[in-house]
Design a protein around this ligand. Structure first.
Ligand code: ADP
Ligand code: ADP
Length: 238
């Protein structure tokens, strides 16, 4: 479904590579956790998958095409198929939960249409449904700045789902949450993963969460894959 071929990333001025010749293949239905210490290359890897980061060389093959050879308009469509959530949520603080979730539609439209901000009845109903899916119905009209961290991440999940993604990406989505909240967010991601039949790829630094939820663990060290197998075979020494 998704292929990573000889992916190599060297940031300008950096002495060492951030990622070194990664070759990986992902299938629909896999719930992948990427483990690794700070600086291992996890974030760089996730951002390459949806084209937010251009590699120095190598390819990300999605629907039989290298996404880095696509025109901007085509790449935009690929990004819509890949919902993403972030450590710091990337929400608009002064807008309501409902308004933030609706911004998930922006990726689907050419920019000039966004200015008018008119959403169809269908789109509005979908936003309400997604808010329900993440258990925030009672908070629909609150500004997101008034919510807890866990609630904010659930808003971001609902927003990503509005794109009707095939792939769900997370760049340390629970790194700023307490352990109980982090666990509930992973449970939610797991049920969404199953309900929408997704490929899910999430960076996490917590081995316990990865072992509990992943179907596959990939560990990175200094930009190289040092483990790629089922969670049962993972030991902390890797
Ligand atoms: P992780 O997500 O595992 O912490 P990153 O992908 O953020 O790792 O970083 C991998 C390596 O690339 C690190 O050595 C980091 O310092 C470096 N790096 C990340 N982003 C940049 C950047 N924008 N410019 C230069 N170096 C970077
Ligand atoms: P935080 O822990 O940061 O305050 P959460 O989003 O984890 O935020 O929780 C907000 C409220 O929603 C809490 O009262 C919690 O018990 C409840 N909650 C969170 N996740 C679920 C869930 N999956 N099912 C039912 N209630 C939940």
């Amino acid at each position: 479904m998704l292929e990573i071929n000889d992916l190599h990333v060297q940031y300008p001025k950096a002495k060492e590579h951030a990622l070194s010749n990664l070759n990986l293949s992902f299938q629909k239905g896999e719930f992948v956790c990427i483990l690794g210490k700070s600086g291992a290359g996890k974030s760089t890897f996730i951002r390459c998958i949806n084209g937010l980061q251009r590699p120095t060389s190598g390819a990300v093959i999605w629907k039989e095409k290298n996404i880095f050879h696509l025109k901007e308009e085509q790449l935009r469509k690929v990004r819509v198929e890949m919902g993403m959530i972030f450590q710091h949520f990337n929400l608009i603080p002064r807008l309501s939960v409902y308004q933030n979730v609706l911004t998930g539609m922006f990726g689907k439209r050419p920019p000039w249409k966004n200015l008018f901000g008119i959403f169809s009845k269908e789109e509005k109903n979908l936003a309400v449904k997604m808010i329900e899916n993440v258990d925030l119905t009672g908070h629909k009209d609150k500004r997101v700045e008034a919510l807890s961290g866990g609630q904010k991440q659930r808003v971001a999940i609902a927003r990503a789902l509005l794109q009707n993604p095939k792939v769900f990406l997370g760049d340390e989505p629970v790194a700023s949450l307490d352990p109980g909240t982090a666990n509930r967010i992973f449970s939610l991601l797991q049920s969404i993963h199953n309900e929408y039949d997704l490929l899910t790829i999430i960076n996490v630094h917590d081995v316990i969460l990865a072992k509990q939820f992943a179907t596959r663990i990939i560990a990175l060290r200094d930009g190289v894959v040092v483990f790629d197998d089922i969670p049962d075979n993972f030991t902390d020494e890797v």
